[in-house]
Write a protein that binds this ligand. Structure first.
Ligand SMILES: *Cc1c(COP(=O)(O)O)cnc(C)c1O
Length: 399
């Protein structure tokens, strides 16, 4: 195969699976009620959860997505520079000093609070511009948004809505616990949903309505699907990973596989120390394979002496501390391992598979975090219909 990228450690992004997940999400929203017209806002923050924001957005744009969500202005500009059309919302904070950049690039800003709205409005008034905005309500996440604790919240929202240099075309909230299905979490989520729908009715009575209302994240789409908003914000499920260990109601196909290669195979004697700090010392003779992936590639050092990788469809355990750029595997029980053999770090090989969830459980984290951690020096190799269609790599972004 032609060498379009460095075959050291790389991430394969299966765009067919991405498309399949998008269509499954759309289908699941539709299946719940033929009258639901909820559209999907693909969440492509954090470089598309490590998958590459541009290729994810371009692929979903072809399927009709016309509204994307990111966490900050730089991420929004990354999409605009790549010629992504339609709406882009910044879900988090943007300093009011950047109002002109938001405006010039037609980016929608989340309103975090009344104070923030006033400051942003004042900046827009100075520039004589009107900025598109969505008002965030805090119904129980406790992060950003107008706190919905008593009726004064409606006065605050009304004041924001009437600011003349903000065009508040949308409103939304965020669920904190929709991925847990124990009684108390379900009750909490239902209360958040109720607060949100009550708020919309109260605002309607005050003559305030919005073109775009959205509430569900991935877990909301999956487990609290009896809701019709204009949009739902789909993040992790687009990438084919369930938001939690609760049984997932429809098929998701993992989009990313992480691959590496064997760089060296060697035999060691009993009583031989391996890697920094000598955290592993052999009891008996062993065969080890060295693999060029380390914590600088986003593979957490907390996995040292605990996690497995796949070679020839078999599990090989990590031995000794994970280094910045390399680590060692025990391949004593795997036949014929040689330099250049493929190592599957996350993904399937034969009948075996390793998921981000499996690794996240070991480090006490969540799959979200491990995906985002995949380093920028790991090339993203895009595959469609079994062919490499695009490569993003360190020294120039687009092939
Ligand atoms: C990240 C994020 C999402 C997406 O969450 P998933 O669980 O990945 O679907 C949705 N809404 C907001 C406000 C977010 O910050």
């Amino acid at each position: 195969m032609e060498q379009r990228f460095l075959k050291r450690t790389w991430a394969e992004i299966d765009l067919d699976n991405l498309k399949s997940n998008y269509l499954s999400i759309a289908h699941s929203i539709k299946r719940n009620s033929d009258n639901f017209h909820t559209k999907i806002i693909p969440v492509v923050k954090a470089d598309g959860y490590g998958h590459g924001d541009i290729m994810v957005a371009k692929t979903l744009q072809k399927l009709g997505a016309d509204f994307f969500a990111v966490s900050n202005l730089d991420e929004a500009l990354s999409l605009r520079l790549a010629n992504i059309k339609g709406d882009i919302i910044v879900l988090g904070f943007t300093p009011s000093a950047a109002a002109e950049v938001l405006y010039k690039n037609n980016i929608t800003q989340t309103i975090l609070s009344l104070d923030y709205a006033k400051e942003l409005n004042a900046e827009c008034a100075k520039l004589n511009i009107t900025l598109n905005a969505h008002i965030k309500l805090d119904t129980g996440m406790g992060r950003i948004g107008v706190a919905m604790h008593d009726a004064s919240a409606f006065d605050e929202i009304e004041e924001i809505y009437r600011l003349s240099n903000l065009n508040c075309s949308g409103i939304f909230t965020h669920l904190s616990s929709a991925d847990s299905l124990d009684d108390s979490s379900v009750e909490y989520t239902k209360r958040q949903i109720q607060k949100y729908t009550d708020a919309l009715s109260e605002l309607k009575e005050r003559g305030i309505s919005f073109k775009a209302s959205h509430l569900q994240n991935s877990a909301g789409i999956a487990f609290f699907n009896n809701i019709e908003c204009d949009y739902a914000r789909a993040g992790i499920i687009l990438y084919g990973v369930a938001p939690s260990s609760e049984p997932f109601p429809f098929e998701l196909k993992p989009v990313m596989s992480l691959k590496s290669v064997v760089s060296l195979v060697k035999s060691i004697d009993a009583d031989t120390a391996v890697s920094y700090g000598r955290t592993f010392v052999s009891d008996s003779p062993m065969r080890l394979a060295t693999v060029p992936i380390g914590y600088a590639d986003g593979y957490p050092r907390l996995l040292s002496n605990k996690a497995y990788m796949l070679i020839h469809g078999k599990r090989a355990k990590i031995i000794g501390n994970i280094c910045m750029d390399q680590l060692m595997l025990d391949v004593s029980d795997i036949d014929d391992v040689k330099c250049g053999d493929i190592v599957t770090v996350v993904g399937k090989d034969g009948g075996e598979a390793i998921s981000f969830d499996e690794l996240a459980k070991i480090t006490g984290s969540i799959s979200y975090e491990l995906m985002c951690l995949i380093g920028k020096r790991v090339p993203r190799v895009y595959i469609e219909d079994g062919e490499i269609t695009e490569v993003y790599r360190y020294h120039h972004k687009m092939d």
